[in-house]
Design a protein around this ligand. Sequence first.
Ligand SMILES: [Zn+2]
Ligand SMILES: [Zn+2]
Length: 281
Amino acid sequence: MRFGLHVRVAGGYDDAVAYAQRLGCTALQFFSGNPKTYRVGPIDGPALASFAAKRQAAGVDPAVIHTSYLINLASEDRKMVANSLRLLVNDLAVADAGSVAFVNTHLGSYGKRDRRAGFVSVVAALESALEGIAPGVFLVLENSAGAGQLCGGTLDELGAFIKAVDHPQLAVCLDTAHSWAAGYDIDTRDGVERFLERADTHIGLGRVVMFHFNDTQVPLGGHKDRHWHIGDGLIGFEGFRALAAHGALAGKTAILETPGEEADDERNMQTIRSIFTGAAN
Ligand SMILES: [Zn+2]
Ligand SMILES: [Zn+2]
């Protein structure tokens, strides 16, 4: 597998690549703008092209854009969906300009609406976002922790989106902390086996192009989105070893979204890489 971190690009793309390289990343994830506003800035083509060249020279590739937390494609509010689509389409264009393979997004919440009606409108929104997608870019749906009316909390539902939209550039990211919070017991080898079998049945493992590797202290099925240091939570070493060693995931990308500062990032990257190396031996 290829491992990376979510990195800040506010200090410039060069610093972000240097940071990722220093910590031994072979992939990275970033926000294209402020993830808490609906504002969309101009796309700086030359800066993004140079970012791509630096990443590739440093072997930090593929890259992932994590879309804004404000995105809600499941909402009943049409204006909210239109604003979300604008952000999403902008990130797909940024990805194209920066040779970024994956645009990872949350789907949002159905709110008070009927889930079946919501499902149909999410499908329409995804179809619309995919209309102008450039070759080589994938729109990646991240599973949620499944609280309340949150969209995308089960492998079944994500698979239903993949089937309904039926587009070769629509893919899935499985976040381990969200999966655990949604009730998937991935803390043992058997649990991971069952989880990946279900993912293959409902989604197809070929469509699961990336993972977020985060440990968590939330109880199994607790539906809370809290990330913790790798190996230090309830998924633990056994769960991550089973995932990292799984032959079906060879070559796929795993991004860490663990908390803390550089020292924590360094420790988490070391931990996942040693788990992986140990698992591979
Ligand atoms: Zn996310
Ligand atoms: Zn995540």
